[in-house]
Design a protein around this ligand. Structure first.
Ligand code: PG9
Length: 633
């Protein structure tokens, strides 16, 4: 029977087995309202950069919007598999698709589809870069190719981008191609040591440590870093120093990690690549809109420090613009209806893109377009929940506003007072308040467990309630009485702290907080909420010099001065102003051993010592925060 059954099979001629995947499959595009082209654009040194050009079907004399990214141009132009240009491009490009723009995304040199060598935030040509090539030349060469090889274009190009893509946009301005007519750096990486991504005033941001393998371990996306446990608070504490954690993660294989850890202070390595310093030496020729979120948890230095540098060249006050929205990092390119527990009237991001950003770009990229009603400065008031237009920022050059620096003093019994401390300590009031800062129990920056991989929580952490920390014995909390009148601050509050430590180094974290009334009927869950308005960390060793750190004299009241992030916030009647002070913000920032070591990345277990911290509030040693109080004239 077996032979009978198999015979026909064996006797029949067996068909040749052929593969089922063809050499090439082309998706029909007749449904698409766009044409997607992938090209390799040659740079002046012969390296070719992978570039995706998305052209609206039927486009003629259309402007080009260019973004240069280290995050995969193919992925950035494939948000969905769809015949709709609106669907395949990132949400933040909606208004440009609606405006008939040709949208171009390019992999930066050395990443994903582009040839060449990748260098993290490749420094400008000069002392740090002898290659003759940087993001300025690559942008120039790319724009030159685009306007000559995209027949549907009208020869005008705008650049825009957030974060690293804001950095490549800003770098293009150092020597802009003539066809570059407008730019919008959004939360650009400008100075990684001062306050963008890598450090804040010298304190190292451990939260970005996974980025190092992601960005530099491979040409495409690199691997994540394996953890020993769920809670990063525990993972980083158990590791010891940031260098210990990096070593255990294999980071010493990465040139970027080695460069970073070899330059813990603000030396030439950081100063020479700070884009604000580079732009200060260049003329302002391209109308530029600098953007940032007021709760930008990643890059809150670049925009507010580059805008004023360029503004000095904007003699007619019509080429340099500033926008600060009620947003987290890059939320300008998403939905701006809410952030954490905060709800706004409408989608602040979409409305901004539609009503301000697009008309601003149209004006410079579309011949005959109307002059846009772009205010020199547009900043959301996060207390009154509405946009405000200014002629300048700080607003002291705006005829409609007055800016008064009002010192808010730390006072005895954990009060805050606009009146300066009277005399020295009285018999009842001590000259200082103290706490013990224990590196074995650092203050968490969020309630534990903390996971850097938890992206939604990372995005909103700056608006998280600060109550979980205000009662800790190693956090000093000062607060005013409930306000009777609204108080608006606009600008960067300036910290003047008089503090001592029993150690020889110390971090000082200062948080300016809006305390909501105990009863908050419009949103009951916000009753008593402690909302961070401007918060930052300062590594004490740099109190005299960012470039040349020094040990601190133990147990001596020393002055520390540093600016907090910019705010535009009205503390409403019934609210209270609060200041919290602490000496760790973990594991977001590495722990300060509190005994002076040359390079904190490589502190040893024995370097970590408890320290008794004292915050002074007498007339001789008055700690205060200078508030930039705004008033309508
Ligand atoms: N500025 C963002 C970032 C850079 C490096 C580490 C982590 C975040 C960004 O480009 O998204």
């Amino acid at each position: 029977l077996g032979i009978l059954l198999t015979a026909p099979v064996l006797c029949a001629a067996t068909a040749p087995l052929t593969p089922d995947i063809p050499q090439k499959f082309t998706t029909p595009t007749d449904l698409c309202d766009y044409e997607k082209r992938e090209v390799m654009i040659p740079m002046r040194d012969g390296v070719k950069l992978f570039t995706v050009i998305v052209v609206p079907r039927g486009a003629q004399h259309a402007p080009i919007l260019l973004k240069r990214t280290p995050y995969n141009a193919t992925k950035r132009t494939s948000r969905a598999e769809s015949p709709s240009m609106l669907a395949i491009l990132p949400e933040g490009e909606d208004v440009f698709v609606e405006g008939g723009y040709i949208c171009v995304w390019q992999d930066v040199r050395g990443k994903y589809g582009s040839e060449g060598d990748y260098v993290m935030t490749r420094p400008a040509r000069g002392p740090l870069n002898d290659s003759g090539i940087d993001h300025t030349t690559d942008a120039w060469d790319t724009i030159d190719w685009l306007v000559k090889n995209v027949p549907e274009s009208n020869g005008s190009v705008g650049m825009i981008g957030s974060s690293y893509e804001g950095f490549t946009t800003a770098m293009a301005l150092l020597d802009p191609h003539p066809a570059l007519k407008v730019a919008a750096p959004q939360s650009p990486m400008v100075d990684g040591w001062m306050g963008d991504d890598w450090f804040h005033y010298g304190a190292f941001r451990q939260a970005t440590i996974d980025y190092y393998t992601f960005a530099t371990a491979e040409k495409k996306a690199g691997p994540g870093i394996l953890r020993r446990g769920y809670d990063d608070y525990e993972n980083f504490l158990a590791a010891g120093s940031a260098g210990d954690f990096g070593r255990a993660a294999g980071l010493e294989q990465l040139p970027w990690w080695r460069k970073l850890t070899e330059h813990p202070a603000y030396d030439a390595f950081w100063q020479e690549q700070a884009v604000d310093r580079l732009l200060a030496k260049k003329p302002l020729t391209v109308p530029t809109m600098w953007l940032q979120g007021l709760w930008d948890q990643e890059d809150m230095w670049g925009t507010v420090h580059t805008y004023p540098v360029v503004e000095q060249k904007d003699t007619a006050n019509d080429k340099n613009f500033l926008v600060l929205g009620p947003w987290r990092h890059s939320q300008v390119n998403g939905n701006g209806s809410k952030l954490g527990p905060l709800a706004f009237d409408g989608d602040t991001a979409r409305e901004f893109r539609r009503d301000i950003l697009r008309p601003f770009f149209d004006q410079y990229l579309k011949p005959g377009a109307a002059k846009a009603d772009t205010p020199p400065v547009l900043i959301y008031n996060t207390g009154e929940k509405r946009w405000q237009r200014f002629q300048s920022w700080p607003a002291d050059r705006d005829p409609h506003w007055s800016v008064e620096t009002r010192p808010l003093y730390l006072a005895p019994r954990f009060h805050l007072d606009f009146a300066a401390p009277a005399g020295s300590a009285s018999s009842t009031d001590a000259a200082y308040d103290e706490y013990v800062s224990d590196p074995a129990k650092p203050v968490p920056y969020l309630p534990r467990p903390i996971r850097f991989a938890d992206q939604p929580r990372w995005q909103r952490w700056l608006v998280e309630d600060q109550r979980p920390f205000s009662d800790r014995p190693d956090v000093l909390t000062y607060v005013t009485e409930p306000l009777h009148e609204p108080l608006q601050i606009g600008g960067a509050p300036l910290v003047h702290l008089v503090a001592s430590t029993s150690g020889t180094d110390s971090d000082w974290v200062v948080k300016l907080i809006d305390v909501f009334p105990p009863e908050y009927p419009v949103q009951p869950e916000l009753g008593g909420y402690q909302l961070g308005i401007a918060m930052d960390i300062f590594r004490g060793r740099y109190r005299d010099s960012f470039e040349h750190p020094q040990p601190l004299a133990p147990n001596q009241p020393l002055a520390y001065e540093f600016a907090l992030p910019h705010a535009n916030h009205t503390f409403l009647p019934g609210h209270r102003i609060m200041v919290q002070i602490q000496s760790s913000w973990f594991p977001l920032y590495d722990r300060n051993p509190q005994s002076y070591v040359e390079n904190l990345f490589f502190a040893k277990p024995g370097d970590y010592v408890k320290a008794t911290q004292r915050i002074y509030h007498t007339s001789a040693h008055a700690s205060r925060i200078d508030l930039p109080v705004l008033r309508r004239r």
